[in-house]
Design a protein around this ligand. Structure first.
Ligand code: ATP
Ligand code: MG
Length: 265
């Protein structure tokens, strides 16, 4: 594909349960360190797929190669049938509007109110009337269960958990088709963790988004996932529904779920 042309995606809705993203025989190494030998799996339209795996196994790299923050060595990553692995920075702008990553530290702008923080991507990317912006921001506040009166507050006036929720609201205000969450609850207190986990579920159910979640929080994973993919041995060791994974007769997986370290790692 020519680097100069904007990439066109088919806008037809992909029916729930059909592949939306396909990792096709992806390999990746950093120098002599091989991360994936053969990463091969699908993300289905409308599902929340959680990626589990030990530290340093390549969970974050998996979503970074999807949106072009890192490149795969071989293989393809198809989104709506388009291979994303050879796109230019210019073409990736369109991809990142549709596949939005929620960074672990969703830093808010301290000098802007909650309202302006959430409105920021709308003002950057769209030409909307002020009333339309207000509507979209208020819908986000409702989604994260934050009273509308908080819109006028500054980040410094919020708890860490609330800041995280506002960061999430800002990440999804553009209504992406896919949301990538990399450890969204790491460092949060238990109450905020529950709120974020509920939000992940709500966003999927109310907005029909497809999500990939990386987490070390098993309780969360079992709660909000439709399927779980377990990364081990430089590939997806096993993928299945929450029930299938919990019941699988698979020592490596069960040891991981029980928190027993893998001696080969
Ligand atoms: N840009 C990079 N350059 C070199 N090595 C990297 C780079 N990014 C990641 N790595 C290495 O690739 C491996 C996988 O990294 P990754 O961040 O995907 O792990 P992870 O599964 O997300 O781990 P954690 O649970 O600790 O976040 C690690 O060994 C890491 O050091
Ligand atoms: Mg990581």
């Amino acid at each position: 594909m020519c680097a100069g042309f904007a990439v066109q995606f088919d806008e037809t809705p992909v029916p729930a349960g059909e592949p939306l993203i396909r990792y096709v025989h992806v390999q990746k190494a950093f120098g002599s360190k091989r991360i994936y030998e053969d990463l091969h799996f699908d993300v289905l339209s409308g599902e929340t797929l959680t990626i589990l795996g030990g530290s340093g196994q390549g969970k974050s790299v998996m979503i970074k190669i999807l949106i072009g923050l890192l490149t795969a060595d071989t293989g393809q990553i198809l989104y709506r049938g388009v291979d994303l692995t050879h796109l230019s920075e210019f073409q990736l702008i369109e991809v990142r509007k549709r596949i939005s990553m929620v960074f672990q530290l969703a830093a808010l702008f301290d000098s802007l109110t909650v309202f302006e923080n959430i409105a920021y991507p709308l003002r950057e990317h769209l030409r909307l009337e002020e009333t339309a912006i207000r509507e979209r921001v208020e819908a986000q506040l409702d989604l994260i269960n934050l009273p509308r009166s908080f819109a006028a507050r500054y980040p410094s006036e919020l708890s860490g958990g609330m800041r995280k929720l506002v960061g999430l609201a800002r990440s999804i205000v553009m209504q992406p088709e896919v949301i990538l969450y990399d450890e969204p609850t790491t460092g949060l207190d238990p109450e905020s963790t529950v709120r974020v986990n509920k939000l992940i579920r709500t966003v999927q159910q109310e907005r029909g988004v497809t999500a990939m979640v990386i987490t070390h929080d098993m309780g969360g994973a079992f709660y909000f996932s439709d399927r779980i993919a377990f990364l081990s041995g430089r590939r997806i060791h096993r993928i299945g529904t929450v029930q299938e994974m919990r019941n699988a007769e698979d020592e490596i997986l069960q040891n991981f779920l029980r928190g027993i370290p893998d001696e080969e790692e």
